[in-house]
Design a protein around this ligand. Structure first.
Ligand code: PLP
Length: 403
C-alpha cells in the first residue's frame, strides 16, 4: 500500500500541539526608525518588542541602511553565486578585514549565518584532524552540536561551566592528542557568562585548542565590542572566534576569525562555505559599517548596560522570578509550555508587548521561559509598562492556579 505521507506530517504536528509547544509567531511589521516599537500586522496595533536579538537597534541605524541601499543600487541584489564559482565580492573581502581587526586575528571568513559558521566549521575541524576529540559545554547551541556530531569525532560533554568536570575530561585524554574545547561566551537561554580565563588556562595545561561562540556578545562587551574574550583580556588566547552579524550588528551572516593558516584550511574544506551562495555585497557592506559604528561608539554599550541594570532593578522589586546573570539576557521563568504561550499571548493582546514564548527544544521541557532583552532604546516608561503587565499576569495566573 502507498504510504500515507500526509499522516506522518499530521502526526508530527499533533505531537507538538498535544505538548502545548506548537510554534506560533506574531506577524510583526518592523518600521525603520521606530525600534523597539513595531506594528502587529494582524491588528494594526503598535507593540513594544522585548525579545529582539537586534540588541543595539543597529538593524535600523540610518548609516547601516544607507550602506545597504547604496551598495544595492551600485552592485545589485545578489552575490551571483558561491565564492568558488563567482569569486569574492570586494565587500565581503572588506568585511573580513574589518572582522580580523575587531578580533585582532590574522584572518576571517564570512558565512551566510552564524548557524552555518558553527555547523560547517566544527564539522570541518573534525575532518581535518581525524584523531581529535571535542570537549563541549552541555549548553552549547544546536549549531555547534550539529557541527560536532557531523564531524563524527568523539565528543565529551562537560557539565555547564563546570571547570572541574572539564579538567577531569581533559585529563582522561593523552596530553599530546589534538583536542578542541568548544563553548559560548554568553549562553543565550540562561544569560550566564563562560569562565573563559579558566578555560584558556586548562587549554594551555592540556594542549587544547579553543573554539568560542561570541554570538550573543559581539558588539556589546569589551572596550571595542569584540565580545567577552576582549572584556576578559583573553582574545589572543582563543584559537577560533565565531560570531554573527545578525544580532548586535543588526544585519545577517556569520563568521570565524583566527590564524591565517586555520582560516585558509576551513575555507578550503568547509561544505557550508564551498557549496552555498555567498552573502550579497549590500549586506556585507551594511555589516561592515555596523561593526565600524558599534566599535567606535562605546556610549552605545554603556547605554545598553545601564538599561539592563535599570530593568533588572525594577524586576527585582517584584516577586517575578528571573535568571539574574551579569549579561543583557533576562529570562523570566515560567516552567510550563502552555502557560508560557498563554502569557506571551496576553502580553501581546492586552498590553501591546511582544515577548515570544521560548519552549522545547530551544530549552528543556519544564524550563519554558520568556526571554527579555532590553536595548539602549527601551525607555523607563516601556520598562514600567512591562513590569506592571508581568505583575498583573503573574498575579492572575497565581490566583487561577490557587482556585
Ligand atoms: N550561536 C548561538 C549561541 C545562537 O544563539 C545562535 C542563534 O541564535 C547562533 C549561533 C546562530 O546565529 P545566526 O542567528 O546568525 O544563525
Amino acid at each position: 500500500m502507498k504510504p500515507d505521507y500526509d499522516l506522518y506530517f499530521k502526526d508530527a504536528i499533533e505531537t507538538v500541539k498535544r505538548e502545548g509547544r506548537y510554534r506560533e509567531f506574531a506577524d510583526i511589521l518592523r518600521q525603520a526608525g521606530q525600534f523597539p516599537c513595531a506594528k502587529n500586522y494582524k491588528t494594526g496595533q503598535e507593540v513594544v518588542v522585548w525579545c529582539s536579538n537586534d540588541y543595539l537597534g543597529m538593524g535600523q541605524n540610518p548609516d547601516v541602511i544607507e550602506a545597504c541601499v547604496a551598495t544595492t543600487k551600485a552592485t545589485g541584489v545578489g552575490s551571483g553565486g558561491t565564492r568558488n564559482i563567482s569569486g569574492n565580492s570586494h565587500s565581503i573581502m572588506a568585511l573580513e578585514k574589518e572582522l580580523s581587526n575587531l578580533h585582532h586575528k590574522e584572518a576571517s571568513l564570512v558565512f551566510t549565518s552564524g548557524y552555518v559558521a558553527n555547523d560547517t566549521t566544527l564539522t570541518t575541524l573534525g575532518h581535518i584532524m581525524p584523531d581529535m576529540v571535542y570537549l563541549s559545554d552541555e549548553l552549547n547551541h544546536a549549531s555547534m552540536i550539529h557541527g560536532m556530531r557531523n564531524s563524527r569525532r568523539e565528543r565529551l560533554v562537560y557539565r555547564h561551566n563546570d571547570m572541574t568536570h572539564l579538567e577531569e575530561l581533559l585529563a582522561s585524554l593523552p596530553l599530546n592528542s589534538p583536542k578542541v574545547i568548544a563553548c559560548e561566551a554568553i549562553y543565550s537561554m540562561e544569560g550566564d557568562i563562560s569562565k573563559l580565563k579558566d578555560i584558556c588556562d586548562l587549554a594551555d595545561k592540556y594542549n587544547a585548542m579553543t573554539y568560542l561562540d561570541e554570538v550573543h556578545a559581539v558588539g556589546m562587551y569589551g572596550p571595542t565590542g569584540a565580545g567577552i574574550a576582549e572584556q576578559l583580556g583573553v582574545m589572543h588566547r582563543i584559537s577560533l572566534i565565531q560570531g554573527t552579524l545578525a544580532k548586535a550588528f543588526g544585519v545577517i551572516g556569520g563568521y570565524i576569525s583566527g590564524s591565517a593558516t586555520l582560516i585558509d584550511a576551513i575555507r578550503s574544506y568547509a561544505p557550508g562555505f564551498i557549496f552555498t551562495t555567498s552573502l550579497p555585497p549590500a549586506l556585507a557592506e551594511a555589516a561592515r559599517i555596523s561593526i565600524q559604528t558599534v566599535k567606535s561608539t562605546p556610549e552605545l554599550r554603556a547605554k545598553l548596560h545601564e538599561r539592563v541594570a535599570t530593568l533588572k532593578s525594577k524586576l527585582r522589586s517584584t516577586n517575578i522570578s528571573f535568571i539574574d546573570e551579569p549579561s543583557h539576557i533576562m529570562p523570566v521563568l515560567v516552567g510550563n509550555a502552555v502557560l508560557c504561550k498563554e502569557i506571551s499571548k496576553i502580553l501581546l493582546d492586552e498590553f501591546s508587548i511582544y515577548v515570544q514564548a521560548i519552549n522545547y527544544p530551544t530549552v528543556p521541557k519544564g524550563a519554558e521561559r520568556l526571554r527579555i532583552t532590553p536595548t539602549p532604546l527601551h525607555t523607563d516608561q516601556m520598562m514600567d509598562d512591562l513590569v506592571s503587565a508581568l505583575k498583573d499576569i503573574f498575579t492572575r495566573q497565581c490566583l487561577s492556579h490557587a482556585a
